[in-house]
Design a protein around this ligand. Structure first.
Ligand code: ZN
Length: 313
């Protein structure tokens, strides 16, 4: 009996890589986190991934079912490539990730957008149910949409890049990595919240500093979170009108600050949904993820178990 009950999950973010061995019941047996190597271009990242996988393989041995990789986008899952990964500081173009890796490993590699992976994790172990949206709030803003138990995709195998929906078109205070002004990501990603608050205050701040200041009642910090809550309320209203989620789950590193902005976002969202709620109750539950910022890693492993999004050779 040699049950393939383990997977290697790898979550590639804009600043960190999380990786580990995950069992088919969703237990993380081994876990590591390191800064993502982006300054040596795609080759440096491939080298890093090779070394991470080689380090984890001996722990899984013959029980390995596969390797799942969730990555910050944009990407094209069917061809195992990143597309125009300008958020990584690389020039635009198609960057194969799975092809160069698969040559070195027998275990099949599956690949998808990190927010799609997070959605799989929230459905699997996070109490997400079958109709919800997960927002990954970190360096960027990723959006995973689960409708009637299935991860929603755009056409041609593309993941919906709903972080680039325009919330404040032309807003010069919200430049986005995609080149546009006023994308939801430029306003709601944790990194952009910190950047905009720093600009307003006139000095360089970190997220923990702003959170601490808000907890101590500093008006500038409270104001920043209040604006953030309103923007998140407006943004989630737009998403509600498209997908009618029962829950909106906040994941990613910035979700740890969510007690400071969820009440404001809920108020705004409820006020915008007033009319719709009079005939059909569609106000979703807005809450932080229960997976302690591990949805990316768990979801990447889930990709490997489901064998749904295999790279097509
Ligand atoms: Zn954008």
């Amino acid at each position: 009996m040699n049950k393939k009950s383990l997977a290697i999950g790898i979550d590639i973010g804009g600043t960190k890589i999380a990786a580990g061995i995950v069992s088919d019941s969703g237990r993380i047996l081994s876990e590591l986190k390191e800064p993502v190597v982006l300054d040596q271009g795609p080759k440096g990242l491939i080298r890093q991934l090779n070394s991470i996988i080689n380090g984890l393989l001996p722990l899984a041995k013959s029980k390995l079912c596969g390797i799942g990789i969730g990555s910050a986008g944009p990407l094209h899952a069917p061809s195992g490539s990143l597309l125009d990964p300008t958020n990584f500081g690389w020039k635009a173009g198609k960057v194969p990730i799975v092809g160069p890796l698969q040559k070195n490993f027998r275990a099949p590699i599956s690949f998808d957008n990190d927010a799609a992976a997070a959605a799989l994790a929230e459905q699997w172990k996070g109490g997400g149910g079958d109709d919800f949206i997960v927002l990954t709030l970190g360096t960027g803003l990723g959006v995973g949409v689960m409708v009637e138990g299935k991860t929603l995709r755009g056409s041609r195998g593309l993941h919906p890049e709903a972080g680039h929906l325009l919330l404040r078109p032309g807003d010069t205070s919200a430049p986005c990595g995609c080149g546009n002004l006023g994308c939801a990501e430029g306003l709601l990603a944790g990194s952009h919240f910190v950047r905009r608050t720093s600009q307003k205050v006139g000095r360089t701040l970190s997220a923990p500093e702003i959170v601490q200041a808000a907890k101590e009642g500093a008006p500038w910090a409270l104001e920043s979170f209040s604006e953030y809550g309103e923007l998140l309320g407006e943004y989630t209203y737009n998403l509600c009108m498209l997908f009618y989620p029962k829950q909106i789950i906040l994941a990613g590193s910035f979700a740890s600050a969510s007690s400071l902005f969820i009440p404001g976002a809920q108020r705004k969202l409820r006020s915008l949904l007033k009319r719709q709620n009079s005939t059909l109750r569609i106000m979703p539950k807005l809450r932080p993820s229960r997976l302690a910022n591990r949805s990316g890693l768990l979801g990447a492993a889930r990709l490997a178990f489901l064998k749904e999004t295999y790279w097509l050779q």
